[in-house]
Structure formats: structure tokens, C-alpha cells
Design a protein around this ligand. Structure first.
Ligand code: ADP
Length: 650
């Protein structure tokens, strides 16, 4: 398995990476900062929104309060009320007030005289003894109107009406088995003094709306702020939800449930507004609480609005996606741009590398990339000059090589020629030594045979002289004489061979000697069936030689040729100048000589003829050598032989 190696990366990738790394780093920072900013922006926007919503809810709340104020104030100035105070006709006014209350959607509307006696109750039971007068009544009796939120204990509610007390009841923690109840009530209340013509306070009219279980109120707040859905609104009595649009899992309104300790602590204990994320039932909301204060400024409950967080999460997601898209776009275009530039930078290097490889593979005249005026361009220029230097060095080297090869060939052939010459010299030396030994032996043998042969010959001649012509013994005697002549011829030849070839140097004309030899030979040998061809060049110069010896040599060769052809055939004799020599060739159409015999024919006493001595060629060889010439034979079986003699001109 190949191991990942950064070094094996192509250059353009490394450069792309180098360019991309800081870009990626910056983009990462931008991404982090962007995400943080989006989050902050969305949170800010959401908080702004929830604040606005809380303000709107408060306005709805205030509007309701104003409406109650208007109803109470308007009713207080009605003729019926002033009359009722003046005449104390409580029953009559109770019917009128009930009508107003029902028409205006108030939960209670009561009239009391300056003594705290109710003028609107048929029973007249609801009275406010002076000491137990709530502050808003005291204010009214002091001639001031009052408008605000108040907390009524159960008995106070009961004092107004049993219906009000019943309507205010809230079952606490409805999802648990507990049956504890909240019996207090939180109310929007408005009081106004009733003043007679003398400017004296004669009583007070007060009325209001119970907020406990007041779904119409919270639904209105929610509908005004959020439309049908998407948010929630709640009015708290203490920490208990007195009216809310939030529903439990069962589908019931979450009335009777409590707010968390944290919120209760901030809003109810410290009277502060509270804005935070919160999980309400099973969805995340952005929630805002603000305390509802009683006339003494004490928190008695809270107003709550909750905004579903989902749209803000979607907004955040969209903004994040947009950012991500932009970053991806930036990243991809950065990559493309960096890759393009890296490619452009690396291109000449890639081309240079390719050229270097082709050069290394032995290719020449490899094209090199265009050189710009930068480092790579300088590298290309250096590479160009290096290539040129390399090429010229190589050419020089090739030339030297060729010269060397030629010289080696020359020297080798010289050496071969020298060693051939050496071999030939060695062979000749060997042959000379052998000839000398044979010559010595031959001369000894010849001398030993010569004397007895001369005595035998003399005796046979004596016997022949005494034998009459026609004597039967005469034929044998004549044959014996012939054989003794042969013996003496052999010994003569042996002595001639053994004798040191004495040369009498003189100026000789080779062509003339050849003609004389041919004339002599024709006397002894039958030539009528032999075609003689003479090709004696006229430019053959005079050379230093020994005419007698040369005659002897030429005769030997010609007689051998005629004998080989057995009197029939063709003999061509050529003389010509060959370099610094005169060459004489004798070409016959005889049977030819085998390669094996060619090695032996110049040896003394080698003959293939029954009456041959085997000394002709060896003597001729000795003579030619003494004349500083050379003799050789070429032959092809069945075609003939050619004896060639070379004699130096100088
Ligand atoms: P001889 O003639 O007495 O045999 P040489 O020395 O003159 O002695 O010749 C040696 C041998 O060389 C001959 O016996 C013959 O076999 C051979 N020879 C010489 N010349 C020729 C030729 N022209 N053709 C064929 N054989 C030849």
C-alpha cells in the first residue's frame, strides 16, 4: 500500500494548497464571526420583537383599563347614580348598574355612599366599614379617581358577589391530583368619587373586570399581537397562571400552572422585567414578563407574552445558509483562481521537466518553454545554456569516440598485419631451420652415396664395354647403368639443395628469362596439345637477380605445370609490376592442389610423382628467398593452380 507523501504531490497542488490555506483560515474566521453575528442579530431582533410585543400587550391591558375607567366615570355622572346617592334608592340603581355592567362586559359595578354602604346591592350587605376600606375606596372618598390593578381576597370577591368569587376560583396544578385552589382574584378596577353640587364627596362608584379565567382578555392580547397563532399571552396572579392562551398537552388551558422560581424571583420579588428563552409545554418560546403592580407598587402578578422561536430559528438558518453559500462560493472561486494561477506558474516547470526527461532519454533538439522574466524564466535560460553545453560536449565526446574507434581499428589491423607477418616470419624461420638441417643431412647422404655410385657406374661401363652387342646380359647392364645415373642425379640434386644458394647478382630482364625458359622447355616437353599464353608486360623493369637461378626456378614451375596437365591444357604466364615488386604468375589448368598438399609442396623431398625427387619447389623456394622475394601458390581442385613469384624492384 503506498503511503501518503506530501513531497510526492504535484507542484501545482502544493501551490494551490499554499494559496488556499490562508484563504481557508480567513474564511473559517469569517464563518465563525458571521455565525456569531447572525446569532447576535437574530437574538437582538427577537428580543426587540418580544419587547415590542410586551409593550403591545401592555397597551391592550391599558386600553381595557381605560375602557373600564370611561365606563365607571360616565356611569358616575349619570342622573340615576346622583339621584341614588341623594335619595338612597339602592334597589333602583342596582338594576341600572347591572344593565350597564352587563352591557359593558364588566364583572362588577358597585356604588357606595360616603358611609361605605352599598347602594347597588339589593341586600345592602356589601358595605365597607371605614377601617376595612381598601385604598382605592379611601382615595375616592378623598375625592380622587383611581385606576389600576388590585388583588382581591376571596372574602372581598364574595363581598361583591358570590358569582365573582366562584368565577375567580382557579384549580392549582391541574395536571396533578392536588385539589388546592387559588381563591383570590386579580382585577382591573376603576373608582371615581361622586361629588354633589356643593362639591362634597357623597359616595363612590367602582367597577372592574376580573382577570382570573379571563380568556377573552388573553385571547385578545394574543390575537392583536400575533394573530390566531404563533405566540401566547398570560396574566399571572402571583406566580399562578390566572388566564392564558397556552394549552396543556391535554388541550386544556394551562390555567393554575405556575411560573418557574427564577422568573418568579425576578418578576414578583424584584419587580423586574424578564426576557429569556423558555420551553413552554413542548415548544421553545422567547418569553417576556413584566410585573403587574398594585396601587402600592407591589407586584401582584405578571403580564406575559411568548413568541414562538421557530421563525427566528428559520431566519437564523436561512442567514447561516446564505453565509455558508457565500463562503462556499468564495472558497470555490478562491480554489479555482488559486489552481489556475498555480497551473500557470507550474506549467513551465512541468514542460521543463518533460524536456529534461526527453533529453535524458537521448532525444535532441527538444523544445523548451518560453522564458518569462522571473525565477522560472531564469531557470529555463540556465537549462537552455546547460542543454547547449551538454550537446556540444556530447558532440565533442562522440567525435573523440569516433576517432578513438577509428584509431583502434587502424591499430588492430596494423597489429593483425604485424602478427601475421610475425607468424609468417616464424614459419619461414622454422622452414629455414628445417631446410638447413635437411640440407646438412642430404649433403652427408649424397657424399656417402656418390662414391660407391661412381664406382658402380665405372664398373658397369667396363662390363658394358666388354659385352658384345646383342649379348643377353647387355640389357640388364644398360638398365643398371640407367639406375646408377638416376642415383647420381638424385645425389646431385641433394647436393644442389644442400649447397648454400650462391647468388650472382646482376641486372636481369624477367620477361627475357621467361622466353628463354619456354624455348628450352619446348625442346624437352611435348607442347603440341598445350595452349601457352604469355602476357608479359613491357613495363616490367630490370631488376637485380641471378638469371641462371631464376631460369632454374621458372623451369621447375613450368615443368611441374606441364606434368600436372599431362600434356593437355592451358598455361598462362604473366609478368607485371605490382607495387614495389615484379610479379610473375604461372597459371595452369591442371587438376589443382588440395589445401593440405599446398602446405607440403615446398618441403624438400615431398613429391606425388613416381619418379619425382620432391626437391624442385624447395630449391626454387630457397633461390627466391635468397633474392629477397616470395613465392606462393593458390589452387582450386579441378580448376588449376597458380604459382606467383614476387621479386623486389629495388
Ligand atoms: P617433383 O617434381 O620431383 O615431384 P617438386 O618439388 O618440383 O618435386 O614438386 C613437388 C610436388 O608438387 C609434385 O610432386 C606435385 O605433386 C606438386 N606440384 C608441383 N607443381 C604442380 C602443379 N603445377 N600442379 C599440380 N601439382 C604440382
Amino acid at each position: 500500500m503506498s503511503r501518503f507523501s506530501f513531497r510526492a504531490f504535484p507542484l501545482r497542488w502544493k501551490m494551490t494548497l499554499a494559496a488556499l490555506t490562508p484563504l481557508m483560515f480567513i474564511l473559517l474566521l469569517v464563518a465563525i464571526a458571521g455565525a456569531w453575528m447572525i446569532n447576535a442579530w437574530v437574538v437582538e431582533k427577537a428580543q426587540q420583537q418580544i419587547r415590542n410585543d410586551l409593550n403591545a400587550a401592555r397597551e391592550v391591558f391599558k386600553n381595557e383599563q381605560s375602557r373600564i375607567d370611561d365606563v365607571v366615570r360616565f356611569t358616575a355622572h349619570s342622573r340615576g347614580v346622583t339621584d341614588a346617592i341623594g335619595q338612597s334608592t339602592g334597589t333602583v340603581i342596582s338594576e341600572e348598574l347591572r344593565q350597564v355592567r352587563d352591557r359593558e362586559g364588566l364583572d362588577f359595578l358597585s356604588l357606595i355612599d360616603i358611609n361605605g354602604r352599598s347602594l347597588s346591592s339589593a341586600t345592602g350587605a356589601a358595605t365597607f366599614p371605614f377601617l376595612s376600606q381598601p385604598s382605592f375606596i379611601k382615595k375616592a372618598f378623598a375625592g380622587e379617581s383611581f385606576s389600576g390593578t388590585v388583588l382581591f381576597e376571596a372574602r372581598e370577591l364574595l363581598r361583591e358577589s358570590p358569582d365573582l368569587a366562584r368565577k375567580a376560583r382557579i384549580l392549582l396544578n391541574p395536571e396533578s391530583d392536588s385539589d388546592s385552589e387559588e381563591t383570590r382574584g386579580i382585577l382591573l378596577i376603576s373608582t371615581t368619587p361622586i361629588i354633589d353640587l356643593d362639591g362634597e364627596v357623597t359616595g363612590c362608584l367602582y367597577g372592574g373586570v376580573l382577570l382570573n379565567n379571563n380568556l377573552a382578555m388573553v385571547d385578545r392580547i394574543r390575537d392583536i399581537i400575533y394573530g390566531f397563532d404563533g405566540g401566547s399571552a398570560t396574566i399571572f396572579l402571583g406566580r399562578t397562571r390566572a388566564a392564558t392562551t397556552i394549552r396543556l398537552k391535554s388541550g386544556e388551558r394551562a390555567i393554575g400552572t405556575s411560573v418557574s422560581d427564577e422568573v418568579a424571583n425576578a418578576v414578583l420579588e424584584h419587580g423586574e422585567a424578564w426576557i429569556a428563552r423558555a420551553r413552554v409545554v413542548d415548544e421553545w418560546y422567547l418569553t417576556a414578563y413584566e410585573p403587574i403592580l398594585d396601587p402600592l407598587g407591589q407586584p401582584i402578578g405578571a403580564l406575559y407574552v411568548g413568541l414562538l422561536e421557530a421563525p427566528f430559528s428559520v431566519l437564523k438558518q436561512r442567514a447561516s445558509l446564505l453565509l455558508l453559500g457565500l463562503l462556499t462560493l468564495g472558497c470555490s472561486s478562491g480554489y479555482l483562481f488559486a489552481h489556475h494561477i498555480a497551473r500557470r506558474i507550474a506549467q513551465p516547470i512541468v514542460e521543463l521537466e518533460d524536456s529534461a526527461r526527453r533529453l535524458a532519454d537521448g532525444e535532441r533538439d527538444v523544445p523548451l518553454p518560453e522564458a518569462d522574466d522571473d525565477e522560472i524564466g531564469h531557470l529555463t535560460c540556465s537549462f537552455k545554456s546547460m542543454t547547449a553545453a551538454l550537446q556540444s560536449n556530447e558532440e565533442e565526446l562522440n567525435l573523440l569516440n569516433r576517432n578513438l574507434e577509428r584509431k583502434v581499428i587502424e591499430r588492430t589491423s596494423e597489429l593483425e598485419a604485424k602478427s601475421l607477418e610475425l607468424m609468417r616470419t616464424q614459419q619461414e624461420l622454422l622452414r629455414a631451420e628445417k631446410l638447413a638441417a635437411i640440407g646438412e643431412l642430404a649433403s652427408g647422404v649424397a657424399h656417402e652415396i656418390n662414391n660407391p655410385a661412381a664406382i658402380i657406374r665405372g664398373n658397369i661401363e667396363l662390363v658394358l664395354a666388354q659385352l658384345a652387342v646383342g649379348h643377353p646380359a647387355r640389357e640388364e647392364a644398360e638398365e643398371a647403368l640407367k639406375q646408377t645415373e638416376r642415383v647420381s642425379r638424385i645425389t646431385r640434386n641433394m647436393l644442389a639443395f644442400a649447397r648454400e644458394q650462391t647468388i650472382n647478382p646482376e641486372q636481369v630482364l624477367v620477361n627475357k628469362i621467361i622466353e628463354e625458359v619456354m624455348a628450352q622447355v619446348s625442346h624437352h616437353e611435348p607442347l603440341q596439345d598445350v595452349e601457352i599464353e604469355m602476357e608479359l608486360k613491357s613495363d616490367v623493369p630490370l631488376i637485380r637477380g641471378d638469371s641462371e637461378r631464376l631460369k632454374q626456378v621458372f623451369t621447375n614451375i613450368v615443368v611441374n605445370a606441364l606434368q600436372a596437365m599431362n600434356g593437355q591444357g592451358r598455361l598462362k604466364i604473366v609478368s607485371r609490376v605490382e607495387g614495389s615488386n615484379v610479379e610473375i604468375r604461372f597459371e595452369d589448368s591442371g587438376p589443382g592442389i588440395t589445401e593440405e598438399l599446398q602446405q607440403k609442396i615446398f618441403n624438400p623431398f615431398f613429391t606425388t610423382k613416381a619418379s619425382g625427387t620432391g626437391l624442385g619447389l624447395s630449391v626454387s623456394y630457397g633461390i627466391i628467398k635468397a633474392l629477397r622475394g616470395s613465392v606462393s601458390v593458390q589452387s582450386q581442385l579441378g580448376l588449376g593452380s597458380c604459382f606467383s613469384i614476387c621479386l623486389p624492384i629495388k
